[in-house]
Design a protein around this ligand. Structure first.
Ligand SMILES: [Zn+2]
Length: 252
């Protein structure tokens, strides 16, 4: 379902088949202008990176996706479970997921280990930021429910896409965090407990009736040349984007 366009000037994860709108993408760290340790395609404003570099990186991604620079919608991202509906461009604080049914609006959430999820229903899309707290507290399903309400679609009519994130191969957690998740999401071979966020989200979404789940399969901590990792880089790193936008039918 997903392919990383490795040889493009701006390498992005894109759906293999883009016959139908909406526009969906996950970014990597390549193709931008930021300098170390934010090199290259830092899309987050929360770091000490130069704001003009982040602005140029954002411009490049939106241009590559055929989206209007003025159409961007971002979320405050506070590791909560609040989902907000976007009706116009801008920054929406105090939420970790955005939904919209307005064509042309570009929803974007930033991550650097946390999961990003893109959800697609007939006539509506969503983007969610889901770290361990958000996942444990159910933001994948909260986003699904908001999207189903908005689109009048059953969960079975929603496709969910998982972006690059830290996974069970690399995400060591303590017993307090591990206890918040079902055993299937924890890899514990008599060593450290390893949390697999996509498995946790997959279990929640399947229990809620989702049947279409597509995963890039990429681990941010495993591949330093492709991804930022907040854990691996000890906080000094850039941020990726997950982007979803309804179009008016024109394909990019
Ligand atoms: Zn890994």
């Amino acid at each position: 379902m997903w392919v990383l366009l490795r040889d493009a000037p701006l390498p992005l994860w894109r759906p293999v088949s883009r016959d139908l709108s909406p526009v969906l993408a996950f970014s990597t760290r390549r193709g931008g202008v930021s300098l170390p340790p934010y090199d290259q395609l830092n899309l987050g404003r929360s770091s000490s990176d130069r704001p003009e570099a982040v602005a140029e990186n954002r411009r490049r991604v939106l241009q590559a996706l055929g989206l209007d620079r003025a159409s961007l919608v971002t979320a405050g991202q506070v590791h909560g479970t609040t989902v907000r509906r976007a009706e116009r461009p801008g920054h929406i604080p105090d939420c970790d997921a955005l939904i919209t049914d307005v064509p042309g609006l570009a929803l974007a959430v930033t991550t650097a280990d946390c999961m990003s999820l893109l959800l697609v229903a007939p006539g509506a899309v969503a983007a969610a930021h889901s770290g361990w707290r958000g996942t444990a507290n159910g933001i994948p399903v909260a986003t699904l429910e908001a999207l189903c309400d908005r689109s009048a679609s059953p969960a079975a009519g929603v496709a969910v896409h998982f972006g690059p994130c830290i996974r069970g191969c690399c995400y060591e957690v303590g017993p307090t965090v591990a206890a918040r998740f079902p055993a299937e999401a924890i890899r514990d071979f008599e060593g450290p407990m390893m949390l697999d966020l996509p498995t946790a989200a997959r279990l929640q979404l399947a229990a809620a009736g989702v049947t279409q789940i597509h995963d890039t399969g990429a681990c941010t901590a495993c591949e330093p040349h492709w991804y930022y990792s907040h854990r691996r880089d000890r906080g000094a790193c850039g941020r990726h984007w997950a982007v979803a936008a309804l179009t008016n039918g024109a394909e990019v």
